[in-house]
Write a protein that binds this ligand. Structure first.
Ligand SMILES: NC(=O)c1ccc[n+]([C@@H]2O[C@H](COP(=O)([O-])OP(=O)(O)OC[C@H]3O[C@@H](n4cnc5c(N)ncnc54)[C@H](O)[C@@H]3O)[C@@H](O)[C@H]2O)c1
Length: 124
């Protein structure tokens, strides 16, 4: 009887160990796949193309478009992807530290692509 218990204990140990390893591996894969990227100026000329590319190419990523919607920003540029589940728009100004802090705390991004700018050429 004592030998049987010992035998089962040894049989169970590797199985639970393998389960634990699988669970850690699964969590690692999930954390690698589900990234959150903030793209500033995503409603602008270049930004809207970058946002569209990321939203369509990386459906497992959450793409946060952070834009103040100045004269150059236009959400019409992104009509075709605005309902995608991995797309989020946040209206915020990059010089407003509190607003940016709040967006970063809310989404905890893994990376930022910074394209927000007053890029209009004035001809001067
Ligand atoms: N367009 C070009 O030919 C070109 C060439 C080389 C480099 N760039 C650079 O690429 C970047 C993007 O250029 P673009 O042509 O897409 O510009 P754009 O003017 O079309 O877009 C800029 C975006 O940034 C947003 N924005 C502006 N100020 C902001 C602020 N304070 N906070 C949050 N959002 C703000 C605007 O609302 C707009 O959506 C710029 O840094 C620009 O200098 C552009």
């Amino acid at each position: 009887m004592a030998e049987k218990v010992k035998y089962e204990f040894h049989r169970k140990l590797p199985y639970s160990y393998i389960c634990k390893l699988f669970s850690l591996y699964k969590k690692l894969l999930e954390s690698m796949a589900k990234k959150t990227i903030v793209i500033t100026g995503g409603a602008g000329f270049i930004g809207s193309h970058v946002v569209r590319l990321f939203v369509n190419k990386y459906p497992d990523y959450t793409i946060v478009n952070l834009d103040a919607l100045t004269y150059a920003g236009n959400l019409e540029n992104l009509k075709d992807i605005e309902d995608q589940p991995n797309y989020i728009f946040e209206k915020a100004n990059i010089v407003d530290a509190e607003a940016i802090k709040a967006v970063f705390q809310k989404h905890n991004p893994d990376g930022v692509i910074h394209l927000a700018a007053e890029a209009m050429w004035t001809g001067q």
